[in-house]
Structure formats: C-alpha cells, structure tokens
Design a protein around this ligand. Structure first.
Ligand code: FE
Ligand code: FE
Ligand code: ZN
Length: 280
C-alpha cells in the first residue's frame, strides 16, 4: 500500500465511478471534488449504482478519506439573512448527498463577513453550523484555514478556534489546512513548519486537523492574496511542501492538490511527491 494519501481536486463530471477512475489513473488514493457547480446551482442526482461501482474502486485501490468541497457561493456569515438561509440549505443538502459515501470529509470556506466584523462573522458561521450539524450525519465537516483575502473569516488559527468553540456538535467538525492560505496568511511554513504546527496545536489542537490542501503560492509570505501555484513553482517551493507531506504529525492525513494544472500535471506532482516519500 502506498504510504502517502494524495490526490488532486478533480472534475465531478460523470459521477463517482468516473472520479474514482480518474484518480486511479493519476496514481492518487484520495481526491477532492465540488459537490455541485462551485458557483452555486442545483446538484445532480446521485445514482446508487454509480456509488457502488465507485466504492469497489476505492476498496480495490485502498483509497483514504476523500474531501468534498462546498461551493464558493456559500457564505455562512453573509449580512443578508436569506443568504445565510441559502448556506444552511446547501450544507444540509450536501450532507445528505455525502451520506451516500459515509465516513468522508466535506470542506468549506468559513465565510466573508463583508464589513460586519470578524466577531459577528464568527458568530453567524457557528449559528449556521449549529442549525445543520448533528451526530446523525456520517461526514466530518472541515473549516478551511483562509488567506485573509478581503473580509475572509478563518484568517488565523484563533478565528478557526473561536468558531469551533461556539459549535455544539464538535464530533462532526474538523479543520482543513491549506498551505497556500497559511503562507499568504503570514504563517512561515518554509522556515518554521514545526513552529507553525506547534501554534496550530496549542490554539486549535492537531487532533482536529483532518486534511491538507497542498498548494504552492504565487505570492510572498503574508500577502493575503490566495493565488495557488504549481508545486515547486511558487514562493513556498518544493522542499517546504515535501517537508509538509513527510512531517510526522501530518503524513497520515489526506493531501489534496489544488494547483493550476490538468490531470497530467497533477499526476506528475503526485509522482514527484511519492518519489520524495519513497512510495512505489
Ligand atoms: Fe478551498
Ligand atoms: Fe484550499
Ligand atoms: Zn485558495
């Protein structure tokens, strides 16, 4: 079995079996996908037979947990109530859909407070999560660490922690760390990965970290830009990203590439990282 659990964000076209095949083709053993059009809209109906065929592929190729991504249009801390209601509906519908493939992850951007202030944003995000999360869902919902672009909430570990503290159903909540966002947010994972992880551990707790988005960044440390770059072609660089996937406190996690690539490019990045880790 491959040591590293790694894959990329792939197109959901064709359904689950098609995604599984696409992942296998690029030597991935996890992947991410949008549960619906990333700009919003109605989700396609799920076919049970398609899900069963996918599960066979996942079993045969020993996939780790997969990491679905919520649409970007969802803003759980929007100023307008109907938009927060929309976020609740999307989340509920997506969790219903995720129950076809129980035991996986669903990652979302906490939201943008659009001038209401981070504190108000944090409270509204927690309200949405409290309205939706319950122990019956078979999916863990992950808050993504953000770059702090515009009025994004979740721009540092403290804000993620504050959201978590207000959520009642903590057993269904975790965190997804995005390396580009961390870097753009001012966390120096190039020169002090251990220090950043210690900080994460003391503020959030590393036991809550469930997945990593592995991206290079087009911009320097603390730029708050959120522009992903191919692995090794940005300001973070291959050595630092290789240290992330090999880190003893991280290497058991699913790593998801969200780099500006096509499937051949992701396959290449997966090969590079597997080689570094000594994976066959
Ligand atoms: Fe994301
Ligand atoms: Fe990400
Ligand atoms: Zn990003």
């Amino acid at each position: 079995m491959a040591e590293l659990t790694i894959g990329s964000h792939i197109s959901s076209a064709g359904g689950y079996e098609a995604m599984g095949k696409r992942a296998v083709k690029m030597n991935a053993n996890t992947f991410a996908f949008f549960t619906r059009n990333p700009r919003g809209g109605k989700a396609k109906e799920i076919q049970q037979e398609d899900v069963e065929r996918y599960k066979d592929i996942a079993r045969e190729h020993e996939f780790g947990k997969i990491v679905a991504h919520a649409p970007y249009t969802m803003n759980a801390c929007a100023a307008k109530e109907d938009l927060r209601e929309f976020a609740k509906n999307i989340l509920t519908d997506d969790l219903k859909r995720m129950d076809y493939i129980p035991g996986n992850y669903y990652n979302f951007h906490p939201g943008s407070h659009v001038g209401q202030g981070a504190q108000t944003g944090i409270e509204k995000i927690a309200q949405v999560l409290n309205a939706v999360l319950n122990p019956e869902w078979n999916t863990t919902v992950l808050l993504e660490t953000m770059a702090g672009k515009g009025t994004e909430v979740g721009r540092n570990f403290e804000e993620i922690r504050q959201i978590m503290d207000l959520v009642e159903c903590r057993e269904k909540l975790g965190v997804c760390m995005d390396t580009c966002h961390l870097w753009d947010g001012g966390y120096d994972i190039v020169h002090d990965l251990d220090g950043v992880l210690e900080e994460f551990d003391s503020i959030i707790g590393l036991e809550h970290l469930k997945a990593v988005h592995l991206n290079d960044s087009k911009n320097p440390l603390g730029s708050h830009k959120d522009r992903h770059e191919k692995i090794g072609e940005g300001h973070i660089g291959l050595d630092a990203l290789a240290a992330v996937v090999q880190h003893p406190r991280l290497r058991h996690l699913p790593f998801i590439l969200e780099t500006p690539n096509d499937e051949a490019g992701w396959a290449e990045e997966i090969r590079t990282l597997r080689d570094i880790c000594g994976d066959s």
